[in-house]
Write a protein that binds this ligand. Structure first.
Ligand SMILES: [Zn+2]
Length: 242
């Protein structure tokens, strides 16, 4: 951008879109920034456009693993928070975001919380929304992106990819039939290893909300009968279907 009076490029940012020219002192209103399109960007399914622009401006291509996404979300959330009081950050954000900075949530659901809601509910978007922040469109946007990432390049970060737990002893599984009102930690490990071959990851309420007691009990009986894990297969198939 150049000065509207003398054409020099040496501009100082003032509040909002106001700029002052360091050469001639003119003060004027900069044209509103129109963030560049990101259609077809490979990060498109996993991150909002404003973050994709910021990543391409600031970071190399990285593996789309948990460490990278944790850092991207943490640093972008910090930028949005800073933009409330810092004009330089506000100007940067205005160039990145098609949504006015002031409309972005001051304290969005943090990436680890979004992951936790999805883990707890076996990656069910609707249940994860109800659990994390019902009716919050910003949480919903984040959940949809993070779920798409879990279904794709983030699969290694799901509990499905955790080292397989040892099979539970059949008597402990039988003691879960019918399902108890609440689970102590030992029976909970038994439940998760019989259903999902993991010792932790989902939450008992998340599993019951997702599948219902009848299907959970049927899956425990199937496991006792032939060692199968039909609900684990269901969770995998749902993620594969995206
Ligand atoms: Zn000037």
């Amino acid at each position: 951008m150049r000065c509207v009076q003398c054409g020099d490029p040496y501009l100082a940012r003032l509040r909002g879109r106001r700029r002052s020219c360091r050469s001639c002192g003119a003060v004027f209103l900069a044209a509103p920034a129109v963030p560049r399109p990101v259609d077809g960007d490979p990060l498109g399914p996993y991150l909002p456009a404003r973050m994709i622009r910021w990543i391409h401006d600031n970071d190399d291509e990285r593996p789309l693993d948990r460490d990278t996404l944790t850092r991207w979300y943490r640093e972008f959330d910090a930028l949005v928070a800073r933009a409330r009081t810092d004009d330089t950050a506000a100007g940067l954000l205005a160039e990145l975001s098609e949504i006015p900075a002031g409309d972005l949530p001051a304290k969005p659901a943090a990436f680890p919380q979004v992951c936790a809601a999805l883990h707890a509910t076996c990656y069910d978007l609707r249940l994860a929304e109800a659990r994390l922040a019902p009716g919050d469109p910003w949480a919903a946007e984040r959940l949809a992106h993070v779920r798409a990432w879990f279904a794709g390049p983030g699969r290694a970060a799901t509990w499905l990819a955790a080292p397989q737990a040892a099979p539970p002893d059949p008597e402990s599984v039988e003691r879960l039939l019918p399902l108890p009102e609440r689970f102590e930690s030992g029976p909970l490990r038994t439940l998760f290893s019989a259903l999902f071959q993991v010792e932790r990851g989902p939450s008992p309420t998340g599993v019951l909300d997702r599948f219902g007691a009848e299907r959970v009990e049927a899956a425990l009986r199937a496991h006792l009968r032939d060692g199968s894990h039909p609900l684990r297969e269901q969770v995998t198939a749902d993620l594969d279907a995206r």
